[in-house]
Ligand binder design. Structure first.
Ligand SMILES: NC(=O)c1ccc[n+]([C@@H]2O[C@H](COP(=O)([O-])OP(=O)(O)OC[C@H]3O[C@@H](n4cnc5c(N)ncnc54)[C@H](O)[C@@H]3O)[C@@H](O)[C@H]2O)c1
Ligand SMILES: [Zn+2]
Length: 346
């Protein structure tokens, strides 16, 4: 087990890497802690771990990341007799960690919380950075707050029951991190396969740690997203637009979005390695192309909460491991999307 604390603006988060779920009872007291998890994580091989903990089991899935679920959780916290000293622990993927962080932020005007992430995505992305929130209608994460968890506990044994598709989705964010900030990790990913990481716990631990700390460091330097944190949106501008329009899994949409950003980087930044990015994305079982209609995608991009007036902050690559933010006029984005509409990088 490796313990590492990261100091954010107003609070610090302790990371327990390569730890065991059993460590939880040493970090928090069972008496005043409530675990929030979902039915998929709760069932199966993990079931015994929850014994003797007060546990709230949510229905699984993004469609439950809504206010109604928050209300249900709060009702149960009241039933459990929770107060300002109570502690919430989210054990699950990004949906569970987002809801847990949000409930902890508003219950009794804010109580302490921590995470035991159980999906690759939650381990390297969703659990880190303090953004917590819920969806309202078609608007994802439109209500929420920024507040850091006290700890993240990484027990890789929990990944045994994670479906293969979710492993693949999580690796989209890992490839993103490598592309924007870590050329050596990009090479490491090129040298291995997904199965290598699934089968070799030490290798997986190295990768997860590197990604978690990479994201944490970006957030520390820019907790309120005025600078470098924007780079984490690589692949997400186009990605979000096609995710909603064509009902793609998030990781797939981001993968296609990264390829799109690479192609734009070629003309704006003289980026020369689109083929390597395409190769790596394919190697990890993610798609590199999605047919789309420029007009449809543009409609969603125009509504993006990250757009300011008519300018989109597009994250582009100068080279592998070095990303920059490029402001592009929406009319220019329209031209680009129309030009690339039928271009398949396969
Ligand atoms: N807060 C942030 O900064 C941030 C960043 C990225 C993503 N997110 C959010 O994270 C969510 C996506 O996260 P996700 O992909 O982990 O989604 P998720 O929580 O829906 O998990 C994906 C699926 O895997 C299941 N699952 C998770 N762990 C499992 C395990 N160990 N065994 C068996 N099944 C398991 C879940 O029940 C679910 O069906 C989205 O809501 C997104 O908005 C938040
Ligand atoms: Zn993402």
């Amino acid at each position: 087990m490796k313990k590492q604390s990261i100091q954010f603006n107003t609070s610090s988060t302790t990371f327990y890497f390569d730890a065991s779920f059993d460590l939880l009872e040493k970090i928090v007291s069972k008496d005043n802690t409530v675990i929030i998890t979902d039915e998929n994580v709760y069932c199966g091989s993990n079931h015994k771990k929850f014994k003797s903990w007060k546990t709230i089991v949510l229905k699984a899935g993004e469609e439950h990341k809504i206010q109604q679920t928050v209300d249900l959780v709060i009702d149960q916290l009241i039933d459990f007799g929770c107060d300002r000293k109570s502690f919430l622990v989210g054990v699950g993927g990004g949906v569970v960690t987002d809801i847990t962080g949000y409930v902890a932020g508003v219950f009794m005007r804010g109580i302490q919380f921590g995470f035991v992430p159980t999906s690759i995505l939650a381990m390297v992305d969703a659990g880190i950075g303090g953004k917590n929130g819920i969806d309202v209608g078609v608007y994802k994460n439109i209500v929420g707050l920024i507040r850091q968890p006290s700890f993240l506990l990484y027990d890789y044994a929990l990944l045994k029951s994670l479906p293969k598709t979710e492993w693949v989705n999580g690796f989209a964010e890992i490839i993103k991190h490598a592309a924007i900030k870590d050329a050596a990790m990009f090479k490491l990913l090129e040298a291995h396969t997904l199965n290598d990481f699934k089968q070799d716990a030490a290798l997986l631990n190295k990768l997860i740690q590197r990604n978690a700390l990479l994201k944490a460091k970006v957030v520390v330097e820019d907790e309120f997203e005025t600078g470098d944190r924007k780079l984490l949106n690589f692949g997400h501008t186009f990605g979000h637009a096609i995710e909603n329009t064509y009902q793609l899994p998030h990781g797939h949409a981001v993968a296609v979005g990264m390829v799109m950003a690479c192609m734009i980087s070629t003309s704006y930044k003289n980026f020369k390695d689109t083929n390597r990015v395409v190769g790596l994305i394919k190697k990890y079982g993610l798609p590199v192309h999605q047919s789309y209609k420029a007009a449809e995608v543009l409609e969603v991009m125009k509504a993006d909460k990250k757009k300011i007036k008519d300018i989109i902050s597009y994250v582009l690559l100068q080279k592998i491991g070095k990303a920059v933010v490029q402001p592009i006029e929406i009319s220019e984005v329209e031209n680009i999307l129309t030009q690339l509409e039928n271009k398949n990088p396969l």
